[in-house]
Design a protein around this ligand. Structure first.
Ligand SMILES: Nc1ncnc2c1ncn2[C@@H]1O[C@H](COP(=O)(O)OP(=O)(O)OP(=O)(O)O)[C@@H](O)[C@H]1O
Length: 252
């Protein structure tokens, strides 16, 4: 946990994620990432230079077999205000619309409910459990499926809702999360989603695993590239076409 807290603190400070008086809702899916995030943020609160409040919100998708009772116990033990929002998102996607690729619509609907719930709880920020491997996979998905150089940001401001999204685990790897969750024996709630494990993200995970067999430092290099905006060497038409006219010569 010490190592997780140190990386969490570094990300919070590097990206100036938390201010005095913040009220932060942790999006608690019950998976390993957000469960550890909740515990880590609650511990960080005790030595953080900024004083902030914490609560947790779970969006229940209405899927059979989802049992959030271990999360209720956990929040009680940690003395964290906890709210479960019941929805019919699962029913709408799988039984009414019979979506073949439900993941992006599901995420959109879930996010909308989560943001509204956070506002209703009087929060100005939502903390999400995305970690460094998520950032790498999202980057590769954008590149390979959408032709964009992009990944999520450690901090996003949603002007329509006047709400900040923060991702304090961006420096933490999935491997470290799994290790810590197992060591602390944290209660993880099984996700009964039928699409779970058959997604583009899973394909990216497998791909990175494969690449790492030949290039062990590949993940570190991709993460390094995300932070290195000066080295963003992409084809800038206007800049390159002016090069032979003697303009911008020194910069290239
Ligand atoms: N049903 C939900 N209720 C509340 N927050 C959620 C829910 N699903 C996802 N989130 C938030 O969004 C983040 C990213 O979602 P994603 O679907 O990648 O998470 P997950 O893999 O299902 O679960 P976890 O990240 O907790 O292991 C989660 O870490 C969590 O903070």
């Amino acid at each position: 946990m010490k190592q997780i807290l140190s990386k969490l603190r570094r990300a919070i400070q590097d990206f100036n994620m938390i201010q005095d008086g913040d009220r932060i809702a942790v999006g608690l899916s019950g998976g390993k990432d957000s469960t550890l995030l909740l515990l880590a943020l609650n511990q960080y609160r005790k030595f953080s230079p900024q004083k902030f409040e914490l609560c947790a919100v779970t969006i229940s998708m209405g899927l059979e077999g989802y049992d959030p009772s271990p999360l209720i116990e956990l929040c009680k033990k940690e003395d964290i205000t906890y709210k479960i929002i019941d929805t019919q998102i699962g029913e709408i996607l799988f039984n009414v619309r019979k979506e073949k690729n439900p993941c992006s619509l599901c995420a959109k609907m879930r996010r909308g409910v989560l943001h509204d719930a956070a506002k209703e709880l009087g929060c100005n920020k939502v903390a999400l459990g995305h970690h460094s491997n998520d950032a790498i996979e999202t980057f590769l998905m954008s590149l390979l499926y959408e032709g964009r150089i992009n990944t999520f940001s450690p901090v996003t401001y949603l002007s329509i809702k006047d709400l900040y999204l923060i991702r304090p685990m961006v420096y933490v790897s999935e491997k470290d999360i799994i290790g810590t969750v197992n060591k602390l024996n944290l209660p993880i709630v099984k996700n009964p989603c039928p699409a779970n494990g058959h997604t583009q993200r899973q394909y990216m995970k497998d791909l990175v695993k494969q690449i790492k067999l030949d290039i062990p430092q590949a993940e570190d290099n991709i993460l390094g590239a995300l932070m290195n905006i000066e080295q963003l060497n992409i084809w800038d038409k206007s800049k390159i076409s002016s090069l032979c006219n003697g303009i911008n010569k020194d910069e290239n």
